[in-house]
Design a protein around this ligand. Structure first.
Ligand code: PTJ
Length: 276
């Protein structure tokens, strides 16, 4: 199907079409399409742009990535399909950043597909192809990690993550930076530094901020972060956007009679417009 650039939702339709193609190719699982729908809904409520709170989170995350001794970014099917170029840009901005494939629905074929998508975008090295360690206390295949990658990391960036692994990573003493559009998800609620922003926008700004930040690489000196304030800012934005829309809807209906009064039920005599 050809998408018209004039369609008011062209950008969103294009992303959906790309994800549907990635799903047919086996890179994205059908569950990933559902996850995308949920993300789109929250992006809609957030105004489909990076909020000031998210920008702050992205700056702090950049500072943490520079301060880290072993920073890692974890990649699943959706992230590989949506944001491979942004991952490459981030890896270029932060020398020493490990990029590791980590899948909830893990099969050798999907691991190869994720690695191929990242390589195609220009990434030289991808970890996690042959896991060499396990995160304790996690029943899913997300526990399978690289001993020199996620297992050793002090800072993990986990876009579109699940809450269980966020908790398990924190239990291992790692600082977890999430990128999730849903401020109510367990991942956002549990991460040390939740970025409530769309993953391509978040990674893009992260790469830019890593380049600008002056923290010495590997200093281990982490800026303190108020996770509650970041989540409250995202929820506040959603609340304000909904209130504004409700007021606009109320404004449109003001002065008009209620719908039931305008359109009489079938069979009941209505008032003629010409009746004084
Ligand atoms: O490739 P796999 O096998 O590792 O599976 C990946 C998925 C995404 C299917 C898996 O991690 C999953 O089921 O994730 P969840 O639990 O549905 O969580 C995904 C979260 O990401 C949800 O809270 C969504 O709101 C959010 N999300 C979806 N799309 C985006 C997003 N956040 C940021 N940017 C997006 N584009």
């Amino acid at each position: 199907m050809r998408l018209s650039r004039r369609h008011p939702r062209y950008a969103s339709l294009r992303v959906r079409a790309a994800l549907a193609r990635a799903s047919r190719a086996g890179l994205v699982v059908p569950e990933g399409l559902i996850a995308h729908g949920r993300g789109e809904m929250f992006d809609y409520l957030l105004g489909e742009r990076t909020t000031p709170g998210a920008r702050r989170a992205e700056r702090w995350a950049a500072q943490w990535l520079r301060a880290a001794r072993h920073p890692v970014v974890s990649i699943n099917g959706n992230v590989a399909a949506l944001a491979a170029p942004e991952i490459v840009r981030l890896a270029a901005a932060r020398p020493g950043l490990a990029v590791e494939v980590n899948l909830f629905h893990r099969t050798p074929k999907r691991v190869r597909a994720v690695v191929a998508a990242l390589r195609h975008a220009g990434l030289a090295e991808v970890r996690g192809k042959r896991p060499t360690a396990r995160i304790p206390g996690l029943p899913s295949d997300r526990a399978l990690v690289d001993r020199e990658g996620i297992y050793r990391a002090d800072v993990c960036v986990v876009p579109l993550e699940d809450g269980d692994r966020t908790e398990a990573l924190r239990a291992l003493g790692k600082r977890v930076i999430s990128s999730d559009l849903n401020p109510l998800s367990r991942t956002s609620q549990r991460a040390d530094l939740p970025i409530v922003d769309e993953v391509t926008r978040a990674l893009d700004r992260l790469a830019e901020s890593v380049t600008r930040d002056r923290t010495p690489l590997g200093s281990g000196d982490f800026h303190p972060v108020d996770r509650g304030a970041l989540l409250a800012a995202a929820l506040g934005t959603i609340g304000r956007n909904l209130t504004r829309r409700a007021e606009a809807a109320r404004g449109r209906s003001r002065g008009r009679p209620a719908r039931s009064a305008r359109r009489p039920a079938r069979g009941t005599p209505g008032r003629s417009r010409r009746t004084p």
